[in-house]
Write a new protein. Sequence first.
Length: 132
Amino acid sequence: GLYRPRAFQQLYDLEVARCQRYEVPATLVSLRIGNLTELVGGQAGQQLRRLTGEIKELLAGIFRDTDLLTDVSQDPILVIFTHTRIDDAQNALDRLEENLSDLVSAQIEIQSTAYDLREEAPDLDEVRREAE
């Protein structure tokens, strides 16, 4: 689901504790979709709403119901992939990049940093600053 920063922070703290206590995998990803804003910026009205709806459908098809995301209007987007190792999270990001590129008929660049929550639990504010 999509969460505002405060709620996401609370869920993040719970997920980190769970991962470290039970040694289950989870991955935090800081995600920036590079040139998407420029590509869709020229869209107006109904076209923009249609494209935004298609992007939301695409995200719903790639991310699972158990994955936690910050509001997609946030930059960077933070994602917690529950029960997921870093390499599997990267596979989802590769699919996202490919599908977004197909959707807008242009190459989309996704920049991401991944953290194994069993090994490290970075401060979310620090993660956001590093992504800038």
